[in-house]
Every structure is written in C-alpha cells, then in structure tokens.
Ligand binder design. Structure first.
Ligand code: ATP
Length: 435
C-alpha cells in the first residue's frame, strides 16, 4: 500500500487560481465518467518543494482517450495519440494539459519504443525516472488532494536525493542519466549512492551510445537551456558522458572555459542581449565540440540531426572564429561601422560563441559591444519620412536608410534634425530630379 497524505491545504495555499480551477474541472469530469484522475510527476514534486510549476501532467485510470475527447465540446482543442493512449487538452488561453492513460510499458530491448498495455497507477508511476517524480495527487472530488507515494518520493525530497525506482532504470531508458544530471543541478539535489553507481555503470557499459540522435539532441537542448549550464557540463565531463554519447569527442579545458564564459555572458548580459532564447543551446554545443577533430565535429552534428539552419549556426561558429578575429581584432582602432558590417552577417548565437571562444579580449569586447548595443542601432527617420521629404518610393529609400544607419554608427548624426540635414546633403533632391 502506498503512503498517502492529505495535501489539499497545501494546494489551496500554493496553487494559482487557474491551476486549481482546472484541476477541479478535470477531476469532476473524471468522476462523471467513472474514471480516476491524478496529477503526477514534476508538478507534484514542485508543489511539495514550494516551487511554481504550470505543467499539468494528468494520469487517468481507465480510458484517457474518451476523457480527452470529451473536452472538445467545452471549447477546448484536443489532440490524441491513439497508439500511446495519450493526448493534450488545450484550454482557452492556450493553456495545455497533458493526459495519459495509466500504463505499464514493456521494453522489449533497451531503447525501444514502448508498447502500451493498459494498467494501473502504480505501474505507471513505477516506470518514471526518479522517486521524487513518481508521486501522484488524486483530483477526483471524493479524494481531492490525496498524495499517493508508493516509492518513497517524500522521503527523498526531504533528504534532497535523486533515486531511481529500480536497478534497471537506466537500462530501460538511458536518457534518464541526462535528465538526472539536469534535475540534480536544477533542484540542488544529490544522487543517492546506488543511483550514482548505476549512472557510472550505465556510462561504462556504453548505454548512452545506444540512444538515437534525436533523443540525445532533445536532452542536450534541455540541459543547454537550463539556468546554470556550467556546473552540469562540468559534471558531465567528470563522468565522461560526452565520450559515451559521441565517440572520439574531446572536451578539454578550452571547451570548458568557453562554456563558463557563455554562462557568464548569459547571466550578466541577459537583458542586453538580442533575443536568442531558442538558439542559445547551439553555442554550448559548439563549445563542447570545439576541441575535437573535424571528423568528430561532423559526425556529432550528423548524429544529432540538426536542422539546416541550426547546423549552419554551429559550423559558422567553429569554422569562422579565425576570420572574425582577423576582421575585428588587432590593436588598432576598429570603428563601430567596421564591427557592425562584419558581425551583422553572422547569427547572434554565432557571434556570442566567438565572444566566448576567442583568446583576444579586444575581439570579445567588440563582439559584446555589438550584441548589447550596435545591433539595435537604427536611424530615427523611417521610410515614410523620406517620402514626405520628396524622395520617390522604391529601393532608393532603403539605400538611404542603410547609409544613414552607418552614418549614425560613425557618429555623424545624433538627432532627427541631424538626420534630415544629412540626407539632404548626401542625396540632394535636385540631383535626383535631374538624374
Ligand atoms: P521539466 O520541468 O524539466 O520538464 P519535469 O519533471 O516536469 O521536468 P517532463 O519532461 O515534463 O519533466 O516529464 C514529466 C514527468 O514524466 C517527469 O516528472 C517524469 O516523472 C516523467 N518522465 C519524463 N521523462 C522520463 C523518462 N525518460 N523516463 C522516465 N520518466 C520520465
């Protein structure tokens, strides 16, 4: 029998009105359909830790597909995977709730796609990654707020430990090693001793090398988008995780230094950098393969199946560092205009990587200047102002605005009046009319 506890008070105190209301509605519907519904996983963990989490994962004992589809008539959008008996309900306001059928997965061999065979909550929870993620809270009306803990999740939350549910956990799914490293850092937990041993033997046994490139990419991306990437990468290096994932890779002190700088820039300059949220992980990826042989770099990128544009970002980062250093490095003065003209042809993330990877502090400073300021320099005048001044609509307008921007970078114009004067001087209207 599981450990149970009433956490309805805690829910009332900590959950936002939308979350509470949604859980109540879901629970009422389940009750009407004679199903049992639970909120599970990271949401429960974070509730007990007092952390905000908006991701609702619902598990249904019974037919989740019918449950999900029933929301269509309530103005929700729904999507189902018939095969996995899972789906998503999207409530108005684009709020998503994932719903799954309580299930037991049989793994035919490691890393295979799971087959689904209907079963109960305990089995569902048993196939999760760590005990702290294996708790459920009942949301049916009659048992609202009952915490269900089969595997000691509460105890491990209290002692701040990540513990797998059984010794074959990493054999079943080696991505759990990567999830564990991420979660450990995020929560500030430790691995329980046996779990840590299992991680080391999963790495030694080559299990991580069996994962598909797409799964590795998804997990790496999550790691590289965490708040604190540097300590996770350090631990991955210590445990030889990268070598286990990509044969021949060499993550040396240079790579680690670049990762540390990237983390530093992202933390210190967060609000001054252009919006690179989505791509920032590519800079970290470039950093960890920076010191590897060309063929290893290519093999790694092949394995990860990056999109064409993502691949270009990483390749340009690695291949053109020297070009960038030549173009905007050196002791001599470099004008804003020069810096701008070179860097505007590179994706922001590529430039950020160069700033972290270069050994030349002048290059670093110039790139950071570009990323925090120069990239957003624009003329005050707009196309329609130029039309009002008498310039013909068409490509000329674009050219004038471009020249005006460079003039601004050279410090030739400051105010709107300066700009008008500059335009009239450099593109006199009478010349245009004659020409
Ligand atoms: P995050 O906030 O990083 O998404 P999370 O714990 O909410 O963390 P999800 O990726 O949303 O994680 O997954 C939801 C739940 O599914 C987790 O809490 C975990 O119990 C379970 N889970 C996810 N991936 C695995 C896996 N590979 N093996 C076992 N359980 C998993």
């Amino acid at each position: 029998l599981p450990w149970t506890e009433d956490v309805s008070q805690l829910m009332a105190q900590r959950l936002s009105p939308w979350i509470t209301q949604t859980l109540r509605r879901l629970g009422r519907r389940a009750e009407e359909m004679s199903l049992k519904a639970y909120v599970v996983g990271g949401f429960v963990r974070d509730l007990l830790l007092g952390k905000e989490n908006q991701d609702l994962d619902i598990v249904i004992e019974g037919d989740a597909l019918a449950f999900i589809k029933s929301w269509e008539t309530d103005g929700c959008k729904v999507a189902v995977h018939e095969r996995y008996k899972t789906g998503t309900i999207v409530f108005p306001g684009d709020k998503k709730v994932d719903v799954a059928t309580a299930r037991r997965e049989f793994y035919e061999y490691p890393v295979a796609l799971p087959k689904v065979a209907g079963d109960s909550l305990k089995h569902d929870l048993y196939r999760r990654d760590f005990t702290v993620n294996s708790m459920a809270i009942s949301i049916n009306r009659t048992s609202w707020g009952t915490l269900i803990d089969y595997f000691g999740g509460r105890r491990d939350l209290q002692s701040r430990q990540l513990r797998v549910l059984h010794n074959l956990s990493f054999v079943e799914d080696p991505t759990r090693v990567l999830r564990g490293l991420r979660l450990k850092q995020r929560l500030g937990f430790e691995f329980e001793d046996n779990t840590f041993r299992l991680i080391k033997s999963a790495v030694k046994g080559g299990l991580l090398g069996l994962l598909s490139g797409t799964r590795v990419k998804n997990e790496l991306k999550l790691i590289f988008m965490e708040e604190k990437v540097y300590p996770i990468v350090l631990e991955m290096v210590r445990l030889n995780i990268f070598e286990a994932l990509f044969s021949g890779i060499k993550v040396d002190r240079n790579c680690i230094r670049i990762v540390r700088r990237l983390s530093f820039f992202l933390r210190r300059l967060r609000y001054d950098l252009p919006d690179i949220e989505e791509d920032v992980w590519l800079a970290f990826l470039a950093a960890v393969i920076f010191s590897s042989a060309d063929w290893v770099q290519h093999a790694t990128l092949d394995k990860l199946h990056l999109s064409k544009s993502n691949r270009e970002i990483v390749e340009k980062a690695l291949d053109d560092l020297g070009t960038a250093e030549n173009a905007i490095g050196g002791k001599g003065m470099r004008s804003y205009e020069e810096i701008y003209l070179f860097l505007r042809d590179a994706p922001y993330v590529t430039a950020l990587f160069w700033a972290a990877a270069t050994q030349q502090w002048r290059v670093r400073r110039r790139i950071l200047l570009y990323l925090t300021r120069l990239h957003r320099v624009n003329p005050i005048l707009m196309g329609r102002d130029l039309v009002e001044l008498g310039y013909p609509k068409g490509p000329l307008i674009g050219k004038i605005l471009e020249e005006l921007l460079l003039a601004r970078l050279r410090g030739e114009v400051e105010t709107r009046e300066d700009e008008i004067k500059w335009v009239k001087n450099n593109y006199p209207l009478y010349v245009l009319k004659k020409g």
